[in-house]
Design a protein around this ligand. Structure first.
Ligand code: UDX
Length: 459
C-alpha cells in the first residue's frame, strides 16, 4: 500500500499537488531548490494567490502530513515521486526548456535505495518521458529499477484544488501494469465513480496535455477571429457565440470573445508544440497554431486602437483607468497578461494609465515597474477620460455604473472581456464598446407613458 509521496518542484502545480495529496491522506514531502519558497511553504504560507489552497496547506503542514525540504535526498524513501517542476519557454522562444525536469530526475535517482516510480506531471515536449527513462536507467544505483510514468495535469489557476481533487479525467501514461495499479491506488480517493481513466503509453500521455491546451487556445482564437468579422460588419460576437454554443458539438466553454488568452500555459504551450512539430519534421501539421497565436495577439492591439479611437485619435496625456492586471480573474498571475500588455502599450503611446487589480498588484509592479498603479478601483477611475475593463474580476462586474460615473471625467468604457452588464452601464450614461460588438451609445430613458399609449392605439 502506497503511503509516502514526494513532490519535486513546489511552484504552482507542485504546491497544489502536494497539499491535495496530503488532503487525500498521504504523507507528503515537497522538494524545491528555492530556499525562500521552502521556508514559506514550511511555515504554511502560500507564496501566490489561489483560492482554497492556503487552508489546505496550513491544515496539513500543522497536522504533520505535509513537509517541505530543499534536500532531494530526503525524498528518496517515498513510494511514488511526482515531478512538478516548471518547463518555461526557452530563451530563444523555440520550445519548452526541459532543464529542470532532467535535473530533478538526475538529482533524485542516485539517492534511491529501492525500486521507484517517478511520475511526470509537468507539461513537456513529446518524447521527454522516454529521454528521462534513459537518464534514470543510466543513474540508477545497482539493483534499483526506476520506472517513468506520465500523468499530465489539467488544473486551472483559480480552481486548482477542485481540479486536482475532482479531476474530470485521469490520463495515465505507463509502461507496466504495476505502475498503472500504483497510480490507480494513489488517485482512488480522488476518482469519483464515473471519472474516466485513460490508460495509455508515455508519448500519448504527453500529447494529451499539449493537445488539450492547443485546442482550448484554438477555440478562443476562433471566436476572436469571428469577432474581427463582427467588427468589420457590425455583427455582435456575443450573440454569435451564444448561438454557436447551443450546438452540443461545439459547446459554450472557451467560446468567449475578448482580449484573448494569456497566462503561463496556453501561449507557451502552443509555441512549444509548434517548435516540437518542427523538430519532428511535421511542422505543417501545426502551422495553423501560428494563426491562433497571431489572432490572439491582434486582440491586444485592437483594444489599443479602440482606445485611441474613443479618445479622438490621440492618447497623449489622456487619463485611462485600467481595471485588471492578472491574466484572468481568481489569480495573481501576470505571466503574459493581456491586461498588462495593453496597459503598457497605452502608456507607451502617451496615455496616463492607472492600473488596479484586486490580487495581482505586487506581481504587476515587479514586471512593469514604470506603470502607475491605483490603490482601488475607485482610485483608478478618478478623473479618467476612458475606462478599460481588461480582467473580469467580480469586483469590477459588481461596480455600480452610476457611482463609477460620478468618479470619471468621461463616461466611456471599453469592455475587453465582454463581461459588463451592457444595458446597466448604458442606462447610467456610459458609452460602451465591447470586442466584436457594435459601439453602443448611452440609453436615454424615453417618456414611457407616451410610448405605451401609442402602442395601445396601434394595437
Ligand atoms: C490552462 C488550461 O485550462 C488548464 O487545463 C491547464 O492545465 C493550464 O492551462 P489556465 O492557464 O489556468 O489553464 O487558464 P484558463 O482558465 O484556461 O484561461 C486561459 C486564458 O484564456 C485566460 O487568459 C482567459 O481569460 C482566456 N479565455 C478563456 C478567453 O479569452 N475566453 C474563454 O472563453 C476562456
Amino acid at each position: 500500500m502506497t503511503t509516502t509521496i514526494s513532490v519535486i518542484g513546489t511552484g504552482y502545480l507542485g504546491a497544489t499537488h502536494a497539499a491535495c495529496m496530503a488532503e487525500l491522506g498521504f504523507a507528503v514531502i515537497g522538494v524545491d531548490t528555492d530556499p525562500a519558497k521552502i521556508a514559506d511553504l514550511s511555515a504554511g504560507r502560500l507564496p501566490f494567490y489561489e483560492p482554497g489552497l492556503p487552508e489546505l496547506l496550513r491544515a496539513h503542514t500543522d497536522g504533520g502530513a505535509l513537509r517541505f525540504t530543499t534536500s532531494i535526498a530526503e525524498a528518496a524513501d517515498a513510494d511514488v515521486h511526482f515531478l512538478c517542476v516548471g518547463t518555461p519557454q526557452r530563451a530563444d522562444g523555440l520550445g519548452a526548456d526541459t532543464t529542470h525536469v532532467r535535473a530533478a530526475v538526475a538529482g533524485l535517482v542516485p539517492h534511491l535505495r529501492r525500486d521507484a516510480l517517478i511520475v511526470g506531471k509537468s507539461t513537456v515536449p513529446v518524447g521527454t518521458a522516454h529521454e528521462l527513462q534513459a537518464v534514470a536507467d543510466a543513474l540508477a544505483p545497482e539493483g534499483v529499477r526506476v520506472e517513468i510514468a506520465w500523468n499530465p495535469e489539467f488544473l486551472r489557476e483559480g480552481r486548482s484544488v477542485e481540479d486536482t481533487l475532482r479531476p474530470d479525467r485521469l490520463v495515465l501514461g505507463v509502461t507496466s501494469e504495476a505502475a498503472e495499479q500504483t497510480l490507480r491506488t494513489v488517485y482512488k480517493r480522488a476518482i469519483g465513480a464515473g471519472t474516466p481513466v485513460v490508460v495509455t503509453d508515455l508519448v500519448s500521455a504527453e500529447l494529451v496535455k499539449v493537445s488539450a491546451n492547443a485546442f482550448l487556445a484554438t477555440k478562443i482564437s476562433f471566436i476572436n477571429a469571428v469577432a474581427e468579422l463582427c467588427e468589420a460588419t457590425g455583427g455582435d460576437v456575443t450573440d454569435v457565440s451564444r448561438a454557436l454554443g447551443h450546438d452540443a458539438r461545439i459547446g459554450h466553454a472557451f467560446l468567449k470573445a475578448g482580449l484573448g488568452f494569456g497566462g503561463g500555459c496556453l501561449p507557451k504551450d502552443i509555441r512549444a508544440m509548434m517548435a516540437r512539430a518542427g523538430e519532428l519534421g511535421v511542422d505543417q501539421a501545426l502551422t495553423f497554431l501560428r494563426e491562433v497565436d497571431d489572432i490572439n495577439m491582434r486582440r491586444r492591439h485592437r483594444v489599443v486602437e479602440m482606445a485611441t479611437d474613443e479618445l479622438g485619435g490621440s492618447l497623449l496625456g489622456r487619463r485611462v483607468a485600467v481595471l485588471g492586471a492578472a491574466f484572468k480573474p481568481l489569480t495573481d498571475d501576470v505571466r503574459d497578461s493581456p491586461a498588462l500588455n495593453v496597459a503598457a502599450q497605452l502608456q507607451l503611446r502617451g496615455a496616463q494609465v492607472r492600473v488596479y487589480d484586486p490580487q495581482a498588484m505586487d506581481n504587476a509592479r515587479a514586471v512593469f515597474p514604470t506603470l502607475a498603479y491605483a490603490d482601488s478601483a475607485a482610485d483608478a477611475l478618478a478623473g479618467a477620460d476612458l475606462v478599460l475593463l481588461l480582467t473580469e474580476w467580480s469586483e469590477f462586474l459588481e461596480l455600480d455604473p452610476a457611482q463609477a460615473g460620478d468618479l470619471v471625467a468621461q463616461r466611456r468604457v471599453i469592455d475587453g472581456r465582454n463581461a459588463l452588464d451592457t444595458d446597466a452601464w448604458r442606462r447610467a450614461g456610459w458609452s460602451y464598446r465591447g470586442l466584436g460588438r457594435p459601439r453602443m451609445e448611452p440609453i436615454v430613458e424615453s417618456a414611457a407613458p407616451v410610448a405605451a399609449t401609442e402602442l395601445e392605439l396601434v394595437g
